[in-house]
Design a binder for this molecule. Structure first.
Ligand code: HSE
Length: 440
């Protein structure tokens, strides 16, 4: 067998620790698959003392707290960046690439927001920046789209791409547990982000959608143009009313090629109960991709957690080891698209995107309220598809409506006007319906 490929790891938290364990624990199988041994030679972590159990003194792995000692080590050929965040991750990855090293990162924020700068450095130095683990944990969705579906024009993709959020929604639908309780469990299990508001407010899902869309449509990474809405305004009743209407509520990332450009949006979404995606529960992620030739395909699996994410990190390391074994002067596959070949398709503003909508309007139970609501909707050219009005005795009641497709801008104006009616006594809930049907 050939000489080993030498790996350095920066960051030994949930993902980095899992990756090290997997590289050490499955070394023989990995060597057989890669065609040469993969050897970890240096690790940097903020708490080297605490890492002494994982990195045994007899392992021969150099342990320290400086990630730059890893990227500047002449012996290291592949750098695994699992620190997260921007600083110093951007400099660490940039320096590693400039030193001609191959880099594997699990850092979705870094790729989504600063990836284009880093890919440019990688291209200049003829190295690879691989990031399979940045999206959907253990599901190999990047490789699938970049390689398996490479012949297709991608029409749309839709995914449950935040495990913590899906876990929270699944538990809310099952009833009985508080939002905080479920979030704490997600943190203990290593699913949630260091700042869990990223899971709840949609930022984490928007990072992942940005990355997937750039591969699917060949567009530059455009995190800032992605419309992002979280799950914190949902109330348990929304999940129950959606069920009554034949839907489930999932926090979806949607990227869609339309005549106007590319839609990029993350928001709670009603999806038909007939759609398999509606059944994906707990921390699992699932992504549906529609290619013009292949049709609709779906990928499901654990979207977070130490071992699942490590599976994707190490898959990238093995790919790079094979590339080095083959003596490829350039990466075998480009990170995103070949330089200068990016599509110029615009990202469509959310205001112009048309969706059927679910509305929950808390009103005072009094004569004529329904007529006043429908009048406002009519004035904004919004037609109603279904209505649920619950029977209550006194006080406020929710009117729940499903509308036909309406541009977001019209719906925003209608919601503002409805909110100013004296009958309406609380915030109006609005949830968009998925723009695809189960059979599509
Ligand atoms: N916080 C993320 C999630 C981890 O819950 O999906 C994986 O990116």
């Amino acid at each position: 067998m050939q000489a080993p490929v030498k790996v350095g790891i920066c960051g030994l938290g949930t993902v980095g620790g899992g990756s090290l364990r997997l590289l050490l624990g499955n070394a023989d199988e990995i060597a057989r698959r890669a065609g040469l041994p993969v050897e970890v030679v240096r690790v940097a972590t903020r708490r080297p003392k605490a890492a002494k159990e994982t990195v045994r003194t007899d392992s021969g792995i150099a342990l320290g707290d400086d990630p730059f000692a890893v990227v500047n080590d002449d012996d290291v050929q592949v750098v695994v960046e699992t620190m997260g965040g921007f600083e110093p991750a951007f400099e660490v990855v940039g320096q590693a690439l400039a030193n001609g090293k191959q880099v594997v990162t699990a850092n979705k924020a870094l790729i989504a927001e600063r990836g284009d700068e880093l890919f440019e450095i990688a291209e200049r130095h003829g190295t690879t920046l691989a990031y399979e683990s940045s999206v959907a944990g253990g599901i190999p969705i990047i490789k699938t789209m970049r390689e398996g579906l490479a012949a297709n024009r991608i029409e749309w993709l839709a995914g449950i791409i935040n495990g913590t959020g899906n876990f929270i929604l699944s538990e809310m639908a099952a009833g009985g547990r508080s939002f905080e309780d479920v979030l704490t469990e997600a943190q203990e299990l290593g699913y949630a982000e260091a700042d869990p508001s990223f899971d709840v407010d949609g930022t984490d899902a928007a990072h992942k959608l940005t990355i997937m869309a750039s591969i699917a449509f060949g567009i530059p990474l455009q995190f800032a143009a992605t419309y992002t809405e979280g799950i914190s305004a949902l109330v348990p009743e929304d999940l129950a009313y959606a069920e009554e209407l034949g839907y489930r509520i999932k926090h979806l990332g949607i990227a869609r090629h339309t005549g106007k450009g590319i839609e990029l949006r993350v928001h709670p979404t009603l999806i038909s109960k007939r759609w398999l995606l509606s059944e994906v529960a707990g921390v699992d992620n699932a992504i549906v991709v529609k290619g013009h030739a292949v049709g609709t395909t779906m990928y499901q699996g654990p979207g977070a957690g130490s071992d699942a994410t490590a599976s994707a990190v190490v898959a990238d390391v093995i790919d790079i080891a094979r590339q080095l074994r083959a003596g490829a002067a350039q990466p075998l596959v480009p990170a995103l698209h070949y330089h200068g070949a990016a599509s110029k398709l615009p990202v469509v503003s959310i205001d112009g995107i048309e969706s059927e909508c679910y509305l929950r309007i808390p009103v005072l139970d009094r004569m004529g309220v329904m007529a006043r609501i429908t009048r406002v909707l009519e004035q904004h050219a919004i037609s109603i598809e279904a209505v649920i009005q619950k029977e209550v005795h006194g006080g406020s009641i929710p009117i729940v409506l499903l509308t036909h497709a309406v541009p977001d801008g019209n719906m925003n104006a209608a919601i503002a006007e409805l909110g100013s009616l004296p009958d309406v006594v609380g915030p109006i809930g609005r949830i968009r319906v998925a723009p695809f049907s189960a059979g599509e």
